[in-house]
Write a protein that binds this ligand. Sequence first.
Ligand code: ZN
Ligand code: ZN
Length: 215
Amino acid sequence: MTKIAHHMTDELLMGYASGTLPEAFALAVATHISLCDECRAAVESYEALGGGVLDDLECAELSDASLEATMNLIASMDPEPVDISPAGDPVLPAPVLSYIGKSLDDVRWTSVGMGVKQAILKTSSDASARLLYIPAGVAVPDHGHQGTEITLVLKGAFSDEHSRFARGDVEIANEEMEHTPVADIGEDCICLAVTDAPLKFNALLPRIAQPFLQI
Ligand code: ZN
Ligand code: ZN
């Protein structure tokens, strides 16, 4: 596996560890940490911090010494066993697969135009998650964002004005950012895309189609 270059933010990892993220965002983090040892280790540390560690210290006063003791205790703990068993599908990690079925073949794609396809995943309504299928060499229309958009690559790779993203990589876009992701030539790209507000497409036709596409 190639090394992951683009990771989740600490805020997202902490939110995941504390169970406060909308379901769609939690799915994105769960999927990333199923592919990324570094972020998985960070989540385990946050979970330990939020969990039993402080109890174990038996109400030590919150001094520099107890903070140091806490960090030492965390460092000395065995990492929790993580289920990294093969998901049964080479493209879709287990967290995504649990919304789909047994394999990539079970995804029910709908066409978005230009060969781009999507499949909406059923999550709570505070944010939305979908799989995006972008044929090799094809661009997703230029768009800005009304909220936060997390795009996690599962197959192939895409590039935009900012960087290149391959399997496991995460691009986090916010309101200030506009971009045109283009799938690499030579391999179709599949991404998990999570948004907390509808995207604003710049081109007229996609904007008209947007309410119908639910993206
Ligand atoms: Zn990571
Ligand atoms: Zn975007």
